[in-house]
Design a protein around this ligand. Structure first.
Ligand code: ADP
Ligand code: ZN
Length: 752
């Protein structure tokens, strides 16, 4: 993280020298005063009396709060101002492993860094159902007797299924599904003594993973693998940037580091940016380690989440694959965190607690003394600079595994193309698609715009249809037959008459979205099998995954996709990528726009010709073929791009060479929000004292969301400045009106 080690050591990696010291934690005898941090937004740790039998640091407890009982963690000795006689006792100590000092320190420092109340951080770490419940049981089935000679087909299938499960605990439902039979078939086998049923604890340990085996690393994979394995074996904190084009074997290499971590009896965490990617990855891990690792994200059932939380805390889940919130799990002995596709913007949580999981992974590793691997084909500039300055080790995989090469990349100068109205595919691109079709290969047309058309315009008065609750324009989705706000999700029917001037029949869609592009493709290639991959076309991660598998197996000749295709799926038949609008990311006021465009394009270009003999081709439609970003992409000189971009940011004093924070004020009354912002701006003493500059108040780029007006103040400071305490002191001067909300965004990513 930029500034991670610069903010006066607030967040500096203390655990650097090795494993966390396991000091004996303090125990509080019955009646002693203890401080309990609850998940309630109170802004402080509360004092209680230790319960009968006492309690220890980090214990999960239930405490009375007014008429309620709430969850908390024993955080330290009591502060002591409250009259001891009136102090209420802790309700009970929950049946869960105490929170380790390492995790408590992580929550504290993450709260300080992101200027988030500690209680909100604790909520992230306790987001699991039934955390304190006693272990419950479920009925499981296994083979006990020899199989009789004469068996019905259904019974035979049950026995085979049990053998396939290899002794793992199987429930009736799972068994019936695997054997495609009814419950009575299983019960029949129980009756004749071939199968036994018994009650077993519901929260079972995960099956052990076997670190032996794995691919034989080749070429520069060997050195990279050795370096990572050595780092894990040595223990202690360290971060490595593992850079290599898609298909160069990054996953294969970091799985070796995971294997070493498992051999050492430590736990490994692999973070992925998209739930849709986990299924494919889990299958791969299972093939590598002989069993499935634990899985943590919002799509996982409550029962499974509970099991995982408990098992991780007991050290009985060796490897967790998950989304960013997995960083807050109670690992007992974490040895390695992998952040795959580390540049991905979805690692930044943009609602609730605003944190960047990549940065927090480095922080947690620094505190608990473990290794971090940041894997990417196109690292974020922050990570590139950290590696360049020697703070991170850098490992590079150059050539792709096997014979595959980087695709050939060419620009199509759209200024020279004559396109018909409402058409976006140039002739050279169309010809290339046709050529691939003749060879039985796939083409991908990439357009990072969901929906049918980004704008609905009245041809009579020029008005555009906007969202009633936001300042965003509404996007037509033909598939839903509605207009959708991509900011707040509000929808409404496509109007027949202009909402502004009332004229009938003049409303027209303007500009392309993937759905509209699909229409163009269907008209242009009437015989081609076509698939559209856009996150909003699928109800679930599972449906999306099925579609991806279908495409990978050759179920489509032309794929049309938004950025979800850029996320590492493997399409072996894909040899052509056409980028419909390479200029999209170059516009706008975002300081990271150039970086984003560069990353996205390298990433999609990485789709083409990923495995095997066929050399891929990437064609970029652009109106600005001389733009430095487009030139860097085409030239393939990545280091030149990073150096130029780093120099520009350094000159401007912006991240990662300076520090930034956004403060978003929001409320229903626009005048009141501005007034409060202006008052804050007048009292900028605490910011001035650290030499920071304050900009605003100004309307936030999206000035209204869900009916709330948003005003932004932007703080820019020197990279050595202690920005968090200054912001905290600055904001503490004024009490906001009741309906006004303040959100602080350290290291803002989206500027929205
Ligand atoms: P990346 O993570 O960089 O995209 P992967 O690790 O997924 O690359 O490798 C791409 C493909 O090549 C995968 O199918 C992987 O199994 C295969 N591969 C990579 N390295 C090896 C190796 N040393 N031996 C066998 N297969 C490999
Ligand atoms: Zn809206």
């Amino acid at each position: 993280m930029q500034g991670c080690r610069r903010s006066r050591g607030r967040i500096s990696p203390k655990g650097r020298q090795g494993k966390e010291r396991r000091a004996v934690e303090r125990v509080f005898g019955e009646g002693e005063r203890v401080g309990v941090l609850t998940t309630e937004p109170l802004g402080r740790v509360l004092d209680y009396r230790a319960p009968e039998g006492g309690c220890g640091m980090g214990d999960f407890v239930e405490v009375p709060l007014g008429p309620r009982r709430v969850l908390g963690v024993v955080w330290g000795p009591g502060e002591g101002s409250f009259d001891m006689a009136k102090l209420r006792p802790v309700g009970r100590v929950l049946d869960a492993r105490p929170m380790r000092a390492e995790l408590r320190a992580f929550l504290t420092r993450a709260a300080d860094y992101t200027l988030t109340p500690l209680a909100a951080m604790l909520r992230l770490a306790t987001r699991t159902p039934g955390l304190g419940e006693a272990a419950s049981t479920r009925r499981i089935y296994r083979m006990v007797g020899p199989a009789p000679n004469k068996l019905t087909d259904a019974r035979l299938r049950v026995i085979e299924a049990l053998r396939d499960f290899g002794g793992a605990a199987v429930t009736l439902g799972e068994l019936c599904e695997a054997a495609a039979c009814t419950a009575s078939v299983v019960k029949g086998l129980v009756k004749i003594g071939v199968v036994a049923e018994k009650d077993a604890p519901r929260d079972l340990p995960y099956p052990p993973l076997n670190p032996a085996g794995g691919a034989r690393l080749m070429g520069d994979q060997v050195a990279a693998g050795d370096a990572l394995v050595a780092a894990v074996a040595q223990g202690g904190y360290g971060t490595t940037l593992l850079k290599g084009v898609t298909g160069s074997g990054k996953t294969e290499v970091y799985l070796e580091a995971v294997a070493e971590c498992l051999r050492m009896g430590r736990q490994a965490l692999v973070l992925l940016p998209e739930i849709a990617l986990t299924a494919e990855f889990l299958t791969r891990v299972e093939a590598r380690f002989g069993a499935r690792p634990a899985e943590w994200h919002s799509g996982v059932t409550q029962t499974e989440r509970r099991r995982l939380w408990k098992m991780v805390g007991q050290g009985q889940a060796q490897m967790v694959v998950g989304a960013r919130s997995a960083l807050f799990l109670p690992f007992q002995n974490l040895g390695l965190i992998v952040v795959d596709e580390e540049h991905d913007t979805s690692y930044k949580q943009e609602e609730g607690v605003l944190y960047n999981a990549r940065d927090m992974a480095v922080l947690r590793a620094a505190i608990c003394g473990c290794q971090v691997v940041l894997a990417s084909a196109t690292p974020s500039l922050e990570s590139w600079v950290n590696a360049d300055q020697g703070k991170y080790t850098r490992l590079e995989l150059g050539a792709r595994y096997g014979t595959a090469e980087l695709p050939e990349m060419r620009a199509i100068d759209m200024r020279a193309q004559k396109l018909a109205a409402n058409c976006w595919i140039s002739d050279p691109l169309a010809r290339a698609v046709e050529a691939r079709r003749k060879l039985g290969e796939q083409s991908l047309l990439f357009l990072n715009r969901r929906g049918f058309a980004p704008v609905t315009l009245c041809r009579a008065c020029g008005a555009q249809v906007g969202c009633d609750h936001c300042d965003a324009r509404m996007v037509e989705h033909r598939f839903l037959k509605r207009l959708v706000c991509h900011q707040c999700g509000a929808t409404k029917p496509v109007p027949t008459a202009c909402p502004s001037c009332g004229v009938e029949g003049k409303m027209a869609p303007v500009g392309p979205g993937v759905e509209r592009l699909a229409e163009e493709v269907a008209a242009r290639f009437p015989e081609a099998k076509l698939a559209v991959l856009s996150s909003d076309l699928f109800g679930s991660a599972r449906a999306l995954k099925q579609q991806i598998e279908l495409i990978a197996a050759g179920g489509a000749e032309i794929i049309i996709g938004t950025q979800i295709v850029a996320k590492g799926h493997n399409f072996p038949l894909l040899t052509l990528v056409g980028v419909i609008d390479a200029d999209l990311g170059l516009q706008g006021s975002d300081l990271r726009a150039a970086e984003r465009t560069f990353q996205l394009m390298r990433q999609v270009a990485g789709r083409a010709g990923r495995t095997g003999e066929r050399r891929g081709l990437a064609l970029l439609q652009t109106f600005q073929p001389e733009h430095p970003v487009i030139r860097a992409i085409l030239g393939g000189d990545e280091e030149a791009f990073w150096r130029a971009e780093a120099a520009e940011r350094r000159a401007a004093g912006v991240p990662p060479f300076g520090r930034m924070a956004g403060v978003i004020l929001s409320g229903p009354d626009v005048a009141q929000v501005f007034e409060f912002g202006a008052e804050l701006a007048r009292r900028d003493g605490p910011l001035q004292r650290i030499g920071a500059q304050l900009y605003g108040p100004a309307p936030a780029p999206i000035a209204r969301v869900r009916g709330r007006h948003r005003v932004r103040l932007l703080i820019k400071a020197d990279k050595a400045a202690a920005i968090q305490p200054a912001i905290a002191a600055w904001l503490a001067q004024l009490k906001p009106p009741a309906n006004l909300r303040i959100a602080v965004d350290i290291d803002p990513q989206s500027f929205l």
